[in-house]
Design a binder for this molecule. Sequence first.
Ligand SMILES: *Cc1c(COP(=O)(O)O)cnc(C)c1O
Length: 367
Amino acid sequence: MRPKINYAGPWITAHEVEAVKEAVQNGFYQNYRVHAKQLEERLCQFLGVKHALATNSGTAAIHLAVAAAGIKPRDEVITTDSSCVASAIPIVYVGATAVCVDVDPDTWCLSPEAVRKAITPRTKAILVVHWNGHPAAMDELMVIAREHDLKVIEDAAPALGAEYKGRKVGTIGAAGCFSFQGAKVAIGGQGGALVTDDPKLFEMAGILASYGRTDSARQYWSDYVGFNYTMPNLPAALAHAQLGRIDELVAKKREIWRWYCAGLADFDRVKLIHEAPGTQSTYCYPPMLIGDSVQRTREEILAELRKDNIDARPAQPRVSLMPMFQNRFPNPESAKVEARGVLLPGAFNVTREDIAFVCQRLREAVK
Ligand SMILES: *Cc1c(COP(=O)(O)O)cnc(C)c1O
């Protein structure tokens, strides 16, 4: 069999190896939080935000953002029906209702129009997802949020370095959440971060991330139902080293995307999902839709590609159809993504020849 053409995976250099080596040698005792702090400081610098909290996953960062924003049982949070479950499940963690609405077919991110239609007196927040690294329509979403006094939380897990009209995504709403999981742009193995300019939200997120402990005089005393969500030094050192190369990492992902554009430009049976005008995607997971006229099912096409060890993946199933969520809307565009969306191999170790081969096999498989 041909060597695997990977869906996702990091770009590790000697720089990262040295950083982790240094952390495992020195990152304990009085230094037990040094590397996590360095990561937080560098994130603040890179994003231009006041506060960053390193967490042990992106999902944890989203949970902290939702909880620290004060979302409670019976509240409703509007979010997208097209994402991985990690975006919306923190809404369920706090006992609130995730109201999953349709996406814009051009970006697969939240449709502002659909958000507007879903607002009820219980709506407290919008959880925006920059899915696959594509910036969502933030201007329109922020206008809706202001009109209805809603908090905006950005799930920018795969979008570290992505930009919306010159602003880094994750810095536009009340809080932004990133992931350093091994399949993202910059990785720490596992890990994430919450960023915000709001000192109160940041303080509460920090308390909840460490078992709900406040800095009260009594050691080991918890005032809140908190979690164990802080990031240890070793993944932080790796994520920090990767963050030092973020421009190079984003540029590489964008180069891989251009290889797909070149390979599929004149092939109109599939639709590449490009970043919206005025935005810069990280193209973390290169997205594509199989056209209406194609006879074969997506599963048949993916099975064809797997014969050549090409790891293309189906786009995620709709969140609202899972048993822990409510299905309030038909969301036809999300349904289309669910049925015919494909995430193409975009690992950092793919070559130009690999992608040319994927495009060639795709042309043969799409019938
Ligand atoms: C990866 C991802 C997450 C989850 O991040 P983890 O660090 O794996 O918990 C959440 N939302 C989106 C959009 C993601 O791509």
